[in-house]
Structures are given as structure tokens and as C-alpha cells.
Ligand binder design. Structure first.
Ligand code: B12
Length: 232
């Protein structure tokens, strides 16, 4: 089979919500030598954006969304261990705490960001989904983490970012931890408003942000967030 066909087979399995086929197609694509980064972008991120739009427009319903979500997750579980520092050019040191904020159970994107950062050499402490602001902050303080990576896809969960930042300030740790924000409803403008240090659109941006922050002479908080790959 030509390489393109493996990519198409994976895309189709994900969009059709076939969990087992997605894992198999992902493995077949990797075995055929396809770049894991291309698989993530083309067979997971882009098709899921389309399914999300269809859901919003009422062309797709929740049960289908759940199937597609499960299929995408099983494909990404196969692909992620193949993302290496080599793919991402460079290496980082230190610790990153990552999680999805309260009320939000979307974890596919967060898992990809976590895998990219770990592949860069960072020690990643993944708190999972539906994480309370207090838990983020307690973990950062306990672990002395240099990076706090906050993710959500739900607009209704976005206000918790502000709480996390205020709590971190109250614990006297804001000057030691760079705060990176991203995920669907997060915008560069809003990142600026809440006083985050960095905004990015995808997992590669998260890596680039950490790299830029590691090279900075300044300590956090930054006067304005670094915006990577921002459209607005
Ligand atoms: C799959 C999916 C689900 C699955 C989730 C499965 C799972 N295990 O994650 C299921 C079916 C469970 C689900 C449920 C719901 N969903 Co949903 N879901 C999606 C969908 C289609 C894809 C999300 C996804 O995985 N994308 C692929 C990954 C790779 O991309 P990503 O998550 O965006 O992550 C990338 C970037 O955002 C970025 N990133 C993420 N975090 C960070 C952090 C930093 C610092 C940086 C730099 C970058 C970064 O990097 C990631 C990787 O490159 C989206 C549509 C969309 N456009 O996002 C809707 C979507 C997010 N869901 C939505 C909704 C409404 C829901 C439900 C409320 C539906 C319902 N009525 O019950 C529930 C909520 C459940 C809950 N409490 O969380 C809405 C949210 C609208 C909003 N703005 O609030 C969306 C946008 C669909 C829509 N257009 O209406 N969903």
C-alpha cells in the first residue's frame, strides 16, 4: 500500500468511530514509516475539528461524537510513544505540570501536549482531566515545577484559569512558574487579559513556548504573553 493510503485508512477509521480499527490503522501507518507528527495533525486533529463543527451544526449527535472521541484516543495512544525528541528538534530540562481544568473531560489534546513535552526531556506531571485549581497549584508548589500547562476545550471551564493564576500568586510561586495556556476556547487576547506567560494553538507550540521560556533571561510573570502560531 502507498503511504497516502495508510493515512487515509487511519482517517477513515477515526471519523467512522471504529476504536479497534483506529488502533490497528495507526500501527500499520507507523510500520509503513509515516511520520507520527503527520499522523497526529492529519488523522486526529483535523478530522476531529471537522466532526466538532458537524456536532455544532447538528449534523452529528453526541453518541457519534463519543465514538469518534474513543477512536481518536485509541489511535493517539498508539502514536504518542513514537513521538521522540528527534521529531521535535531539541531538548528541555525541568518539570511541567499539566491538566485539563474543572468540569472538562476532553483529554486527547492534553495527552498529545503532555507526550510532546515529555519527548523533549521535561518531567511531565499529568493531573488528568477535571482538575481543580487548588490541585494544579498544590502540585506546582510541591514539585517546584517551572511550567504550568493548562488546557480546556469547554468555554464554561475557561474561568478556572483565572483562579489558578490567583491561587499561584497567593502561594508566592507566580515568580517561579511560567504559565502556558491553550485549547479551543482560549485566545491570545484572553491569555493576555488573565496574565498568562504563553499562548499556543497546538502541541508543537507548547514545546516551542517552553523552549523560548527556557532561553529567557526574565523570570515569570512576563509583561505580555508570548504568542505562538496565533491567528489573532
Ligand atoms: C472528541 C470530542 C469529545 C469527546 C472527548 C473524548 C476525550 N477523551 O477527550 C466526548 C464525546 C467525550 C466529548 C464530550 C463533550 N463535548 Co466535545 N468535542 C470533541 C471534539 C470533536 C474533538 C476534541 C479533540 O479531541 N480534538 C483533537 C485534539 C488533538 O485537539 P485539541 O483537543 O484541540 O488539542 C490540541 C490543541 O487544542 C492544543 N492544546 C490543548 N491544550 C493546550 C494547552 C496549551 C498550553 C497549548 C499551547 C496547546 C494546547 O494542542 C492540542 C494538540 O495539538 C471537539 C471539537 C473541537 N473542535 O475541538 C468537541 C468539543 C470540544 N466538545 C464540545 C462539547 C459541547 C461537548 C459536551 C458538552 C457535549 C455534551 N452535550 O455532552 C461534552 C462535554 C463533556 C465534558 N464534561 O468534558 C464543544 C465545546 C464547545 C465550547 N466551546 O465549549 C466542541 C468544541 C464541539 C462543538 N463544536 O460544539 N467531546
Amino acid at each position: 500500500m502507498e503511504k497516502e493510503k495508510y493515512l487515509e485508512a487511519l482517517k477513515a477509521a477515526v471519523v467512522d468511530g471504529e476504536e479497534d480499527d483506529s488502533a490497528e490503522a495507526a500501527q500499520a501507518a507507523l510500520d509503513a514509516g509515516l511520520d507520527p507528527l503527520i499522523l497526529v495533525n492529519e488523522a486526529i486533529q483535523k478530522p476531529l475539528e471537522k466532526v466538532g463543527k458537524d456536532f455544532e451544526n447538528g449534523d452529528v449527535y453526541l453518541p457519534e461524537l463519543i465514538l469518534v472521541g474513543d477512536a481518536a484516543r485509541s489511535a493517539s495512544d498508539v502514536i504518542m510513544p513514537h513521538i521522540s525528541a528527534e521529531d521535535l528538534e531539541g531538548s528541555l530540562q525541568g518539570k511541567a505540570v499539566i491538566g485539563v481544568v474543572s468540569g472538562d473531560l476532553h483529554d486527547i489534546g492534553k495527552n498529545i501536549v503532555a507526550a510532546f513535552l515529555a519527548a523533549q526531556g521535561l518531567k511531565v506531571i499529568d493531573l488528568g482531566t477535571d482538575v481543580a485549581p487548588k490541585t494544579f497549584v498544590e502540585t506546582v508548589v510541591r514539585e517546584n515545577a517551572q511550567y504550568l500547562v493548562i488546557s480546556t476545550l469547554l468555554s464554561t471551564s475557561r474561568p478556572f484559569y483565572r483562579q489558578i493564576i490567583s491561587l499561584l500568586e497567593a502561594r508566592g510561586k507566580r515568580g517561579e512558574t511560567f504559565i502556558l495556556v491553550g485549547g479551543g476556547p482560549v485566545t491570545p487576547k484572553w491569555a493576555n487579559e488573565i496574565g498568562a506567560d504563553g499562548y499556543g494553538r497546538d502541541a508543537k507550540d507548547a514545546v516551542n513556548l517552553c523552549r523560548m521560556m527556557a532561553d529567557l533571561a526574565q523570570k515569570p510573570p512576563l509583561a505580555e504573553p508570548i504568542l505562538v502560531n496565533a491567528l489573532t
